[in-house]
Design a protein around this ligand. Sequence first.
Ligand code: SF4
Ligand code: SF4
Length: 146
Amino acid sequence: MGGYFSELFSGTKSLIDGMWVTLKEFPKRPVTLNYPHQSVPMYRRYRGHIELIPGDEGGTNCVVCGMCERACPSNCITITSEKPEGSKKKVLTGYRLDFTTCSLCGSCVESCNFNAIRFSNEYNLASTRKEDFIFDLMARLKEQQS
Ligand code: SF4
Ligand code: SF4
């Protein structure tokens, strides 16, 4: 009989303790989000894959110096360019990033003296296909600008 009342007492106490915790937390602001329907703005120093920075007059700030391509220890970056007729400067035509081997080391961003690339805030990446992590950064920039 004593065991019965002891169990009844501890069960009731546990229930009240639990309700008390719930009541205390109830008026507080939620600390979780209804992901994926909601998301938090990413931190300023977050390192997502690199992206091209939009230029002041449209396009990009890239001068096709190739420094980022050479600085990458994993050969993730492939730049293509052309020299329009009558122009002395090359124009960027493609910027391909193989994110499958990128270690987010930052060497490419550090090596760019023209403020043409930066880390993106992209964190929502998931796929079972390797090809989905080969990014055409020119197309991405155009999409963002449209
Ligand atoms: S962050 Fe590092 S590994 Fe990634 S593309 Fe830039 S240089 Fe290459
Ligand atoms: S280092 Fe900067 S300017 Fe040079 S090719 Fe890379 S992104 Fe373009």
